[in-house]
Design a protein around this ligand. Sequence first.
Ligand code: B12
Length: 467
Amino acid sequence: MVINVKIILVVPTAEYRRNFFYRLASYIYGPSSAITGPLIIGGILKRAGHNVEVYQEFDGYFNPRCMKYCDLVGFYTITSNINRAYELADLARNIMGKRVIMGGLHASSLPEEALLHADQVIVGEAEQVILDVVEKKLTDDIIYAPPIKNIDVLPFPDYSILKTPCNAANILTTRGCPYSCSFCSSSKMFIPYRERSIENVIEEIRMYKKMRFKYLNFQDDNLTANKERIKKLLKKMISENLIFKETFFFGRADIAFDNELLELLRDARARRVLVGFESLNQSSHDLINKKMNVEDIYSLGDKLTAYKIKLIASIVLGMDTDGSEDIKKIVDHCININAYQLQPAILTPFPGTEIYKQLSKENRIFEKDWQFYDMMNVVFHPKYFTSAELQLEFFNALKKFYSIKPLYKILKIYGSEALLRRLGICIIILLSLPHYRITRKVMTSVYATHSIPSINIPSEVKQRDGA
Ligand code: B12
């Protein structure tokens, strides 16, 4: 007979992200949402008769003492939250005597490391094994979960077990990505790329509408990978009036050439899109295997403005083919096309990725403290910069983009709510950058002790950067 197990699932948050500035910035940045994995597997456990609660530490109200009152604690891990996951796991296991299991991207890439802090680790998509693990029918230390073939059969995320606030529903219509960029860890975790049927997706969206969610986020790594499929979905959303105040999605620059798709996105109020521009240097796209033509990036700006779709431009800093001029060029481009937000991401070698293998082999990774693996901190020796210089490029990109100058244009194109959010981000960035710089300096010896290995800088880049 299986006894009812009291389970707490936690999405931990790295220490410096729990500070006031960070939380405020995130509040202004966009509506808060909950990661879906724990809500899906928690729902499976609940329906089997177990008592489940899910906490997102970032959104507040998670008191580690609540772990005292359960039998089992499960942790969702990514690389930047893993230290905190280990800290909480050690507390639960060693002090409170609880059973601990771990899963998610970091634990799946380095299960042996995670096992030092857990009783069991699940590698991969946990849906098919979670119940057997909790009910002790699967007792291996490391359990390799097979990917789910038909993702239509998966239960929808169960928001009734979420104990922390959340005002946007997250939905995934696919798993994985048909592309395989060398820095991306989710395309290594969710293999192969799979699509849900439109009817199944619509049913989940109807559920969120009934639950009165104001916002919807498509969290697919690339929602527009299969354009005809997404057009069908958007048409159905429009015809059933499954429209939210604003819907977010991840897209690729090639949506610029499909007016029908842009129209449908506008009409379904899918009006906030994050596009990975990465760089305006074609060799950088080729280097990371992005399979994108930089010409697409040039075409996108005006199109999105015309359809009033707000662009969050994501750029990668520190690729081996990009020097300072390249970073300047892409940041200026984002300003010129009136991008709504800029998300500069420092190239980060997440364990399990191609870029991790390459940089480790070249002995260029100097930072082993996982909390800095969040795309906002330099953890490796870049080719054309010192690590400190690249870190400065990151700060400068933010400062330059989030200046007060373009605010009038943002008001004209996107209206007053967009203006207020953008103004809020400008203020937070101005206030928090000095604090962040100091914290980074104190927390690591990055600026002081790490020498740069000798790397040959090609002459054309030396010339371009005046090196
Ligand atoms: C939604 C999302 C967010 C949201 C919400 C996250 C939140 N509330 O915590 C927001 C925008 C806030 C966000 C922020 C960040 N994110 Co994010 N995010 C995602 C995204 C796009 C979707 C997540 C998702 O729903 N996945 C789909 C579901 C089905 O999978 P899952 O949740 O992983 O769950 C499965 C397994 O992991 C496992 N599982 C999950 N939980 C548990 C628990 C236990 C106990 C077990 C056993 C198993 C298990 O089973 C589940 C079902 O199959 C992913 C990309 C991706 N495809 O995963 C990036 C991703 C997770 N994010 C990433 C990053 C880097 C960040 C940031 C650091 C970015 C930044 N610079 O600020 C921050 C960190 C936030 C934090 N919590 O500390 C990286 C992580 C890389 C890594 N290896 O560390 C990813 C993979 C993006 C990428 N392609 O690189 N993110």
